[in-house]
Design a binder for this molecule. Structure first.
Ligand code: OKP
Ligand code: ZN
Length: 333
């Protein structure tokens, strides 16, 4: 059994959003908490094949600009720098173009929803999270068959000039672009509960997007995915309400078979554990159990593609560690 490098963004706790306003008032304590990574690290330290690698650097702005617009990145940097220590920033008005407005209003042209506040450390943490994904991609580009990045904050809802869904920078697509320069077309497979509407924006001939997700019309990100998706190279599977492990694994197998037929020779896996039946983030029920993550991993591993695994969601903190353990038991078997 080979060792698995696991990249940890050591500055993630600089990002501590206090409240999630996305379901209205009163807000709830923010589910995308630093504790998520603490419990994952607790379990990973007990696993023999895992080699933890701390990432201290921040993804360079020039590299981020290959995916995100420069004015968007400058906004994130400037608004974060302007904030006092304990503030959570949300824009007060939402329009397509606020480029002449004062900085505190400009967020309204980049922000998708009010569940994703910006704090003083958020952009630093997001760049550190992106750096972890890039470090994992570099390892795989150099010949490692798999590397895992414990990205926090997550990334799959972040678009070219949009943040939301707890995401600021698209870690998975950054990794895919990095990998693509070495491997040709890269598949991004997204098994997070939510459709990655940010990743969808980056799909093209060199980045194919495959996703299984709860109905995006009746759960976050609340959109008509087929209409949104204008490019080919996108394969979307909507999970039925109440979907159990058996149904899920059957649908996953169809996706995996399709990927095997595709020309992709490398994989970025957007791994979210919010498909777990007990995760209260869910708008519609998807009922996976911890043991199903093992089978999920076995099926994806069977593709035998060089793989970068990037953490996305998963908010039932007491079950997060065992979910990751089950996944890695399947992956490393
Ligand atoms: C981010 B990721 C549900 C509120 C949902 C946004 C969820 C973002 C999920 N009642 N708010 O894909 O895990
Ligand atoms: Zn999610």
């Amino acid at each position: 059994m080979s060792t698995l490098p696991v990249f940890v963004p050591v500055h993630h706790a600089l990002h501590q959003p206090r409240y999630d306003y996305s379901d209205g008032l009163p807000p709830v304590p923010h589910p995308e908490c630093a504790r998520r990574l603490d419990v994952l690290l607790d379990i990973l330290r007990t696993l023999d094949p895992v080699m933890l690698r701390e990432v201290e650097d921040l993804a360079p702005l020039e590299q981020l600009e290959q995916l995100h617009d420069a004015d968007y990145l400058a906004f994130l940097q400037q608004i974060a720098d302007s904030l006092p220590e304990d503030a959570d920033y949300l824009p007060g008005i939402f329009r397509d173009d606020l480029s002449r407005a004062p900085m505190p209003l400009r967020g309204g042209m980049y922000c998708r929803e009010i569940g994703t506040p910006i704090g003083r450390g958020s952009f630093t943490a997001a760049r550190n999270s992106a750096a972890a994904a890039l470090a994992a991609a570099e390892d795989v580009a150099r010949g490692e068959d798999c590397a895992l990045a414990l990205c926090r904050p997550p990334g799959h809802h972040a678009g070219r000039r949009r943040y939301g869904g707890y995401c600021y920078l698209n870690n998975a697509c950054l990794a895919a672009r990095q990998l693509g320069t070495h491997h040709g077309p890269v598949a991004v497979l997204d098994v997070d509960y939510h459709l990655g509407d940010g990743s969808l924006e980056f799909a093209d001939a060199s980045l194919h997007y495959w996703s299984l997700h709860a109905d995006p019309w009746t759960s976050y990100p609340w959109l008509d995915a087929q209409a949104t998706c204008t490019t080919p190279h996108v394969h979307l599977v909507t999970l039925p309400d109440g979907c159990d492990g058996t149904t899920y694994l059957g649908l996953l197998q169809q996706v995996v078979d399709g990927m095997a037929e595709s020309e992709c020779r490398a994989l970025v896996l957007s791994l979210g554990f919010d498909t777990l039946g007990t995760d209260t983030i869910q708008d519609r029920p998807i009922r996976l159990e911890v043991r199903h993550y093992r089978q999920m991993a076995e099926r994806i591993r069977a593709l035998e593609l060089p793989t970068v695994i990037v953490l996305e969601g998963g908010y039932h903190v007491p079950r997060l560690g065992e979910s990751m353990r089950a996944f890695l038991e399947g992956w490393l078997a």
